[in-house]
Design a protein around this ligand. Structure first.
Ligand code: PEP
Length: 253
């Protein structure tokens, strides 16, 4: 019912020229250039790489998108990139609310919600990141903390369909640390997220929204995470940078 999504968040890695070679190689190595896969593959490189993603993947089966988007539609916002620009480049997705943006760029839930709205206006699908820092988990408050982020980002947000939203549960303590959430802990949080989506959008709708897990996903732990009924794929940082590990993840999906 929900197609597994393997999404690579490249963060600030690879130059456009390096990425172009990598994209061509990935396309060559994927069965049917990606058209024969059961799962969906998406790449989320830095903004200057996106034209090369379009050049190599076009409107084909491998999706691509950005790691962020401006909360503004257009105007005097130096350094910002609008949802309309991303749409023009053929992006299907953009990450919003990644913990690195919340932490290093002080992004608030209100700002994240604006970004969700800008993407939806242009027909792009937000990959909305939520998740708790370690001290919050240790206090036993991981669920209310994560759901509060989700609720705030979706407050008053109408969705044309369940495919118009992807949620990524990314516990902050698991990102880039080599320490992933256990499949059971991930599943428990994903269930909470799906129930929260059901309260907002209805059971049937929520049952079709994909909820990804992110945080030190690698070829060794991905199969166990994916075996959980509410884990619909991964948002992958480090392990998406090498062709070998990324292909291994795609194979497991
Ligand atoms: C991420 O950046 O979204 C992420 C999950 O990174 P990593 O896989 O490296 O932990």
């Amino acid at each position: 019912m929900r197609r597994v999504l393997v999404a690579g968040n490249w963060k600030m890695h690879k130059t456009p020229s390096e990425a172009r070679v990598w994209f061509r190689e990935l396309k060559r190595l994927l069965p049917g250039g990606g058209s024969l896969l059961d799962s969906e593959v998406a790449l989320l490189p830095a903004f200057p790489i996106l034209p090369y993603a379009r050049e190599v993947f076009g409107e084909g089966p491998v999706a691509y998108g950005a790691q962020d988007v401006s909360a503004h539609r257009e105007g005097a916002y130096t350094g910002e990139v609008s949802a309309r620009m991303l749409k023009d480049l053929g992006c299907r997705y953009a990450i919003v609310g990644h913990s690195e943006r919340r932490r290093y760029h002080h992004e608030t839930d209100t700002l994240v919600r604006e970004k969700v709205l800008r993407l939806l206006e242009e027909g792009l699908t937000p990959i909305l990141c939520v998740g708790e820092p370690l001290e919050v988990r240790e206090r036993g408050e991981a669920v209310p903390y994560t759901l509060a982020q989700l609720e705030a980002a979706l407050e008053g947000v109408e969705l044309a369909g369940p495919e118009r939203l992807v949620v990524a549960y990314e516990p902050v303590w698991a990102i880039g640390t080599g320490k992933n959430a256990s499949p059971e802990d991930a599943e428990a949080m994903h269930q909470e997220i799906r129930q929260a989506l059901a309260r907002r959008y209805g059971e049937e709708f929520a049952a079709r929204v994909r909820v990804l897990y992110g945080g030190s996903v690698n070829p060794k732990n991905f199969a166990d995470l994916l075996s959980m009924p509410n884990v619909d794929g991964g948002l992958v940082g480090g392990a998406s940078l090498e062709l070998e590990s990324f292909l291994a993840l795609i194979k497991l999906a």
